[in-house]
Design a protein around this ligand. Sequence first.
Ligand SMILES: [Fe+2]
Length: 359
Amino acid sequence: MSLKTNGSFSFFTPVNIFFGRGSRYRIEQITVLKNSVSMVFLYPQFSDTELLSLLKSICKKIVISSEFQENPADQFTKNLAEKALKEKIECIIAIGGGSTIDTAKAVSLRYMQINGKDTTIPVIALPTTAGTGSEVTPYAVLTDKNGKKFFLNDPLLFPKYAVCDPELTLTMPHAVTVFTGIDALCHALEGFFTVKCNFFMEDIVPCACSIISSTLAKVINEPNNIEYRSKMLEASLLAGIILANCGTVIVHSLGYNLTNDFAFVHGKANSVFLPAFMELAFKKNPERAGKVLQYFNNDLHCFLAGLDTAFFIPEEADNQQIKAWSDAAYACYGRQNCIFDITREEISGMVKNCKKSIC
Ligand SMILES: [Fe+2]
């Protein structure tokens, strides 16, 4: 039982999951796709013509959208929803990373809002990265007209299907492999310290940590190794389910500042704050923190340094900026979602430690 809860919890993961090598070809088993008019969102480097041919043979018509935006603009998703409405789209297929899947989910929700109906278009997500977990979450990260990230959070955003085929992740570039892997690690570790962590998660979090600690360095060194790709996709899926049910604490809240102010990609931004948060967690609850830190030799910073991914707050970040980030983290929902109390001073101290190497 966590420190702030009485053991009550809810658990909801309404996504049909196909997992394994070649599972992308199981899309022909998805009845909602058959003879449908479907919109297909593709990530920019998509080149699997066999998969596209299969989709064309299953659907009555497909409308391909190769326009891509990282952390898509809200207006971009609204424009696509208008297009979907015009084309009478019945199903949306997203083949790509978190931003592609988030785009599809947001378009489905916007479509419902524009159309005035009470159901969304079913989304079928085929992740080509391993870490965001978007294929199994009710969230979409968008960018507002001022360039700031914001969340859509609605059970209607859960994809109908997550088709997790590790062969689709073989094309991931080095940096994407690293930073999506670290994002998955953050979802697992932060989830473990949320008030929403429940007995399902008590076992799933250590499992995700064990896979990531033993696989991430290997997949970085051998990106074409399908076994390692498969293990990381498995960890990502587990961590996505943790994210969907537990949410995050303050690592993600702080990380968004580095994305907004210094254009750090999401996983890289989180990696800056994760070791310091785990140090704080160890101080607050050594027994619980020890359960997950053991997979990283009790030193997360050195684990990340071993992957060449030890990053810090840029030198250009001034004190005023850092104070604003700390204030926002103190006010954020993530702090309230944490099983232990975190003071304003503890956040400041934590953030200051992220300005220099401690390994
Ligand atoms: Fe994340």
